[in-house]
Design a protein around this ligand. Structure first.
Ligand code: ATP
Ligand code: MG
Length: 347
């Protein structure tokens, strides 16, 4: 099922949680909503589910305007981070719940519901646990039961709000791979919320980066990492360093000199220079480059993270050096970013 969010605004007591959000999700896509706390991810998911109504704008499921339809009419399955299983019900009854509460004519017979619950348990690799109660399962098992329950109704769209948020890193990684496999098998259109960028980049076909109630960028993992379209996305996805700069005569300047990067297509004026700390070239001398004094250095896995003070106004910037680089305190280091991007800045 395709989902189209068209110019949606959502206010809570006049507070705009979403501004003017538009998003096209293709049928069968696995989409991640990624952003810091409070950016509007859950709100957008709840609007798609039908748990909230837009203040303005519309939501389409396929060609149909679903904005005023209920959760049941939209036929969505969802798993929320704190949406616990029913504690007094067995695993099988939890999974069958969505089918059991259907109105008479559409409700499958009890035997069929049992069979379906059992199939789904196999599918989420928990065969034989039908009779257990949620309290007798591990956290990861519970999340898998919750997912089986969401899938039992054969949803048009599967919505997951930080489904693995409460689990430890190891279990999260396993479930992540497992969710990708499940998605590839079932082909459900799936939208999941996370604030873990590794999870989003690894799992999703496309990532929707959100900030302050707005969508900043939509793209594949490669697109949002390699060609971020705003300072926010550059800073949020992956490691980044930035320095205040300016453009003059088609050259990038830091303080009072050019640093050997030409920017012929960028208008003259103030800008912020962004680059990845690992993507720098070390230089011996400094005719045109960035030079700084080491103020801090620490080992991170196989590289050395070095903090430099750059220029007269002592801007701090981080770069990554090979582990065998001494990077002694107060020593001078000259470098130039290999890949970089400038964003104009109001002075
Ligand atoms: N029912 C509500 N009433 C009032 N304000 C709300 C309500 N729900 C959300 N908000 C506000 O809307 C904004 C977006 O909230 P939302 O829950 O969508 O963020 P989020 O991106 O899911 O954050 P988190 O990562 O912390 O879950 C926040 O400022 C929040 O306080
Ligand atoms: Mg949330």
């Amino acid at each position: 099922m395709e989902v189209r969010v068209a110019n949606v605004r959502k206010e809570f007591d006049r507070f705009p949680a979403l501004h003017d959000v538009s998003l096209d999700i293709r049928s069968g896509e696995l989409i991640a909503l990624l952003g810091p706390s409070g950016s509007g991810k859950t709100t957008l998911l709840r609007l798609i589910a039908g748990l909230e109504r837009p203040t303005r704008g519309k939501i389409f499921f396929g060609e149909e305007d679903a904005s005023l339809k209920s959760i049941q009419e939209r036929n969505v399955g969802f798993v929320f981070q704190h949406y616990a299983l029913f504690r007094h019900m067995t695993v099988a009854d939890n999974i069958g719940f969505g089918l059991k509460v259907r109105p008479g004519a559409t409700r499958p017979p009890a035997e069929e519901i049992r069979r379906r619950a059992s199939e789904l348990l196999d599918f989420v690799q928990l065969s034989g646990l039908e009779k257990r109660y949620p309290a007798q399962l591990s956290g990861g098992q519970r999340q898998r039961v919750a997912l089986a329950r969401a899938m039992a109704i054969e949803p048009a769209v599967l919505l997951l709000d930080e489904p693995f948020g409460a689990l430890d890193a190891q279990v999260r990684r396993e479930l992540r791979r497992w969710l990708r496999d499940i998605h590839d098998t079932t082909g459900h259109t799936t939208i999941f919320v996370t604030h873990d960028q590794e999870e989003a980049l690894e799992l999703a076909d496309r990532v929707v980066v959100m900030s302050q109630g707005r969508i900043e960028q939509v793209g594949t993992a490669d697109e949002v990492y390699d060609t971020p379209n705003s300072p926010f996305v550059y800073g949020f996805i992956g490691d980044s360093s930035s320095l205040p700069a300016r453009v003059e005569d088609g050259q990038v300047w830091l303080a009072e000199r050019p640093i050997g990067l030409s920017a012929p297509d960028v208008p003259a004026g103030a800008a912020t220079l962004f680059f990845r700390p690992h993507d720098v070239e070390l230089l011996d001398g400094c005719g045109g480059c960035i030079a700084g004094t080491v103020v801090n250095s620490r080992r991170v896995a196989e590289t050395r993270r070095v903090e430099l003070e750059v220029g007269g106004d002592r801007q701090r910037v981080e770069i990554e050096l090979p582990i065998d680089h001494a990077a002694a305190n107060k020593s001078r280091i000259a470098f130039r970013p290999r890949k970089w991007k400038l964003f104009p800045r109001a002075d």
